[in-house]
Design a protein around this ligand. Structure first.
Ligand SMILES: [Zn+2]
Ligand SMILES: [Zn+2]
Length: 240
């Protein structure tokens, strides 16, 4: 689907060569990042927490639980993130969501696509991709749900169907200023299964743009499992 900013960029490239979204040097017609900016995006590599993908610096072999996971119950089986939300990754995700630069979904789509390299993300292990929903008021304000956009990207690459199984029924305050207990309280009853949706026995791949502590993904996983989902894994483009 070509949208207005896409078309503007395409038309603009007839007159000006396309430039890298990271540094402004010229790039090929269908490229959004130059080689160097692409390589500057910090990929999450082992060792990392097997549950929430928190990278661990130092030598460690075998599974371990990080401190983020040790003191909270996370309802998803595991969350896999492609990149660290640092530098260019953090900046472009922010511009995608808050600066109306919808075409950056191509860049961020590649970042979430990287999760498919993780053996736990084998498409045969899933029945349905479910995006983390936005509250309707927030979605109207932003114009799109970034999680739903990324769910479509993963669907194209895995041929798994997308089902908007969840809805956000409470407009929650932004989580960042809260400690862990407050965050869980803030999320209580924020999500529910949409009417007429059935996830009974399904293996769900839950999708969002960024994992911060995992509490939002965990609350969504809790609701899906309560509704009968047999497993819930989560995928995000980035991890704080
Ligand atoms: Zn660049
Ligand atoms: Zn962890």
């Amino acid at each position: 689907m070509k949208t207005a900013p896409d078309l503007l960029r395409a038309v603009g490239s007839l007159f000006y060569p396309p430039t890298c979204e990271g540094c402004g040097t010229s790039v090929g017609t269908d490229e959004y990042l130059c080689e160097e900016c692409r390589s500057r995006a910090p990929r999450i590599v082992a060792p990392f927490c097997t549950k929430c993908c928190e990278p661990f610096s130092g030598a460690i072999t075998g599974p371990f639980a990080c401190s983020n996971c040790a003191d909270q119950t996370l309802y998803f089986e595991a969350a896999v993130a492609g990149y660290r939300a640092r530098g260019i990754v953090r900046r472009l995700i922010h511009e995608f969501k808050y600066r109306n630069r919808f075409y950056l979904r191509h860049v961020i789509g590649d970042w979430i696509g990287a999760v498919l390299e993780d053996p736990r993300m084998n498409p045969h292990g899933f029945d349905l991709i479910v995006p983390v929903p936005l509250h309707p008021a927030k979605q109207r304000e932003r114009g799109f749900n970034q999680a739903a956009v990324l769910a479509q990207t993963l669907s194209k690459r895995t041929l798994l169907p997308v089902g908007k199984a969840l809805e956000r029924v409470r407009y929650t305050k932004t989580q960042t200023a809260f400690d862990r207990a407050e965050r869980m309280q803030n999320l209580r009853h924020a999500f529910r299964l949409r009417p007429r949706m059935d996830v009974q026995g399904l293996r769900v791949l839950l999708v969002d743009d960024v994992l911060t502590t995992g509490s939002t993904l965990s609350e969504c996983a809790r609701v899906l499992k309560k509704a009968g989902a047999s497993s819930v894994y989560a995928a995000t483009a980035a991890r704080a």
